[in-house]
Write a protein that binds this ligand. Structure first.
Ligand SMILES: Cc1cc2nc3c(=O)[nH]c(=O)nc-3n(C[C@H](O)[C@H](O)[C@H](O)COP(=O)(O)O)c2cc1C
Length: 199
């Protein structure tokens, strides 16, 4: 898809058809994460990809209560045939920036990072995953994991140094729903967001 069309098409979907995705499509979307930039080329981000119905069931059981899933804006969310969970790894960045070739950066401890590069990198990768989903003609929702991170760890053997930054539900959208927040709030005009030369 042409990039300007892809940008315009990008918005979050919360209602999906259960139609399974092909292995090729899932791999295309997941492997977009590998193209993300990463601070010091640390490549600390990891991605858990769930497509098996039993895995998806365990995911939703771990992270969401039936009440959370039952609000009108989310009733079609758990039907998504694919969920990808991006993870950040703080330790990997502390280790990388402690390496001799990074000494010049003067970032020796967590407090020295002006912003958490591990979160930035995981978010960049998550964005590429979402764009690849849209490029595949699908819809997706990035959402904060509402509860149950420990249960998620236990269910999927997640290593202790990985922390989920959220999850991405992916599938064919079943409706043209508009985000509840986006219904209440206007997209800001360019002039309120972008300052050329001076604020
Ligand atoms: C970090 C982050 C967390 C989000 N968490 C949720 C969420 O938990 N539930 C939800 O329905 N939408 C969530 N969203 C989607 C936003 O509500 C949505 O992007 C925003 O309202 C603008 O709508 P649009 O993306 O369709 O343009 C999240 C988005 C981001 C970037």
């Amino acid at each position: 898809m042409e990039f300007s069309r892809l940008l315009k098409a990008r918005r979050m979907h919360r209602h999906f058809l259960p139609d399974p995705l092909s292995d090729e499509t899932v791999a295309y979307i997941a492997e977009a994460a590998l193209r993300a930039p990463s601070a010091g080329f640390t490549q600390g981000t990891r991605l858990l990809v769930l497509t098996a119905p039993s895995s998806l069931e365990r995911f939703w059981e771990a992270v969401a209560s039936p009440e959370w899933l039952d609000v009108p804006s989310r009733t079609g969310l758990a039907a998504a045939p694919c969920v990808m969970v991006p993870f950040q790894n703080r330790e990997a960045y502390l280790h990388r920036y402690g390496a001799p070739d990074k000494a010049y950066a003067g970032i020796g401890t967590e407090a020295d990072f002006a912003a958490p590069f591990w979160t930035i990198d995981a978010a960049f990768a998550a964005m590429l995953v979402q764009l690849a989903a849209i490029d595949s003609g699908l819809g997706c929702l990035f959402f904060g994991i509402p509860m149950g991170v420990d249960a998620l760890r236990a269910a999927f053997g997640i290593p202790s140094d990985l922390e989920p930054i959220g999850a991405i539900a992916i599938g064919k959208p079943s409706s043209r729903d508009i985000s509840p927040s986006a219904q209440r709030r206007q997209r800001l005009p360019a002039g309120s967001v972008i300052a050329y030369d001076h604020f």
